[in-house]
Design a protein around this ligand. Structure first.
Ligand SMILES: Nc1ncnc2c1ncn2[C@@H]1O[C@H](COP(=O)(O)OP(=O)(O)OP(=O)(O)O)[C@@H](O)[C@H]1O
Length: 297
């Protein structure tokens, strides 16, 4: 079993009295070296989870370990890019990259940073950059640090499609070459397909799906046939048109192909079905179980 990039046990977080749980009873393990999609509806707790892993928030209950230590202890080995991408507005692009090099003298990789920020006007002040350009600069700082773990909160949200495609390619190459673990929250499900080999679906402050993308997809099937009982399979979502039933099921053994047309869902179809069906039971593959939980099974 490879080391864990993130391991959460009973993790809970609230922003203050009366504000409810932003994250609750959240347990999972993310093995190192994965490119993980962190998905879930607005307010699900994705940013909270990333900020807890980055050590910017303290858990109200439970614990989170990062790269085998506390989030604070792991900070030099983590790069975190928050949704609002805080940068010094008075700095120029060149100043910002210089500061990145000064703050990370042991690990700074200028080539990696320039690979992302090289196209930006170097003398332009941060406050004069567009949202997408600021994103590019924040990602250049994160990558230039050569972290072992990148925590990226909706990093591509304000990038144009071409820039998204290019930066996703750079991140994938980085992860492959340096075994960097990347956790990326996103609402653009189509973009995650093919890019991420691990998925965490958070909803209502809890992890509902966690594990290798291929295994999660393979555990499900899209079935179509005459209306009848689908037992022993678990129906995540179903739709009936006349006598025809279409359902996304979590398989319990093989689906009877003499009774049903069976196809494999896309990751997007699967995630959407789970998002529309908050009552569907959670699924974590063996590698996504927190160690305390494994010991408890
Ligand atoms: N600073 C804060 N103060 C009070 N409540 C907060 C704060 N930040 C987040 N919350 C609450 O915590 C919950 C989880 O929010 P969080 O930002 O983690 O969700 P998210 O999944 O990142 O959402 P989105 O997709 O909209 O970015 C929400 O109910 C939100 O209202």
């Amino acid at each position: 079993m490879t080391g864990a990039a993130i391991e959460a046990n009973g993790l809970g977080m609230t922003y203050g009295r009366g504000s409810g749980w932003a994250l609750r009873d959240c347990s999972f393990r993310l093995p190192a070296g994965r490119i993980c999609a962190l998905v879930g509806p607005n307010g699900a707790g994705k940013s909270t989870l990333l900020a807890l892993a980055a050590g910017l928030l303290r858990p109200a209950e439970g614990s989170v370990r990062v790269l085998g230590t506390t989030p604070a202890g792991a900070r030099p080995r983590i790069a975190y890019v928050s949704q609002d991408k805080p940068l010094y507005p008075q700095f120029t692009v060149a100043d910002t990259l210089w500061a990145g090099a000064e703050l990370n003298p042991a690990t700074w990789d200028r080539e990696a940073a320039d690979g992302i920020a090289g196209t930006l006007p170097q003398d332009a002040k941060v406050k004069a950059l567009s949202g997408g350009q600021r994103t590019r600069l924040a990602l250049a700082l994160a990558l230039g640090k050569r972290p072992e773990l990148m925590l990226l909160d909706e990093p591509m949200a304000d990038l144009d499609p071409l820039a998204r495609h290019q930066l996703m390619g750079v991140l994938m190459a980085e992860a492959a070459e340096h075994s960097t673990t990347i956790v990326m929250s996103s609402h653009i499900l189509t973009e995650l397909e093919g890019a991420c080999d691990y998925v965490l679906l958070v909803d209502g402050g809890r992890v509902r799906l966690g594990g290798e993308t291929d295994d999660i997809v393979a555990a499900h099937a899209l079935v179509t046939g005459q209306v009848r009982d689908l037992a022993p399979h678990t129906v995540v979502e179903s739709r009936t048109t006349g006598r025809q039933l279409t359902a996304l099921v979590r398989k319990e053994g093989q689906v009877d192909r003499t009774a049903w047309d069976v196809t494999e869902p896309s990751l997007e179809e699967l995630l959407l079905a789970h998002l529309r069906s908050p009552g569907a039971p959670a699924l974590l593959t063996p590698s996504a179980h927190a160690r305390d939980e494994v010991a408890a099974i």
